[in-house]
Design a protein around this ligand. Structure first.
Ligand code: NI
Length: 227
């Protein structure tokens, strides 16, 4: 299940984050990869667990915790401190799966990576290539979103970033440990919740059957949530 969150960040947030990224010091992104995958990763990243990544990341997380679509789709328990990457011309990241467990650089906290998220920080008109391609049940899906939009996808998916052929692509990416570990269960809860939201809008919040549907949602969540 891939979920696009439009306007996860406001235009003002994007502009301020981009201004910081433009003057930040960037490191070779291959430094974060151990072993055989290194050659596949040709990009740049901000240093993890240090400024400006920490405060920029905090700013993104604050927006996501109050985003109903994000909460409904991810049911987050923990969010890994956001990372930031930059792909210039010719830079790319070949097919890979993200590690199942990630330790936050500063707190040392371990996060099980159930979902991955990419927050796009560059206007698509400003670069060519640089699509995020995610393998799913129905083949690879290419994603390239407006600055401020985000995409959530299962962290067990093979994915790649195609080579940038013009311009520079900035993004933030990180992981979420969900209260509901199983993807199938999480997908059912998301679809049920979204249907309840649409029905509530259509029928009005006082329709007699809505409490029954809401009870089904919460009782499934109670059954499936890991404590
Ligand atoms: Ni990845």
């Amino acid at each position: 299940m891939m979920v696009v969150i439009e306007n996860a960040l406001s235009a003002g947030d994007v502009a301020e984050i981009r201004a910081e990224l433009d003057r930040a010091a960037w490191e070779d992104g291959a430094g974060t990869v151990r072993g055989a995958g290194r050659a596949r990763k040709v990009n740049h990243q901000l240093k993890d667990g240090a400024e400006p990544a920490l405060s920029l990341g905090e700013r993104i997380i604050q927006q996501l915790w109050v985003n109903p679509l994000f909460i409904s789709a991810a049911l987050p328990r923990k969010i890994y401190p956001p990372r930031f990457n930059r792909y210039g011309e010719g830079e790319t990241y070949g097919a890979h799966v993200d590690a199942a467990l990630m330790r936050a650089a500063r707190s040392g906290e371990m996060v099980r990576t159930d979902l991955s998220i990419t927050v796009f920080l560059t206007d698509p008109a400003d670069y060519d290539g640089g699509e995020l391609e995610v393998e799913g049940n129905f083949g690879a899906q290419a994603v390239k979103l407006a600055a401020g939009d985000a995409v959530l996808y299962p962290a067990n998916s093979l994915h790649r970033v195609t080579p940038v052929t013009r311009g520079t692509r900035f993004a933030s990416f990180f992981w979420i440990e969900s209260l509901v570990q199983d993807l199938g269960e999480r997908t059912l809860l998301f679809e049920l919740d979204q249907t309840i939201q649409r029905l509530t809008a259509e029928l009005g919040p006082d329709h007699d059957e809505l409490p029954n549907l809401q009870a089904v949602y919460h009782n499934l969540l109670r059954r499936w949530v890991a404590t």
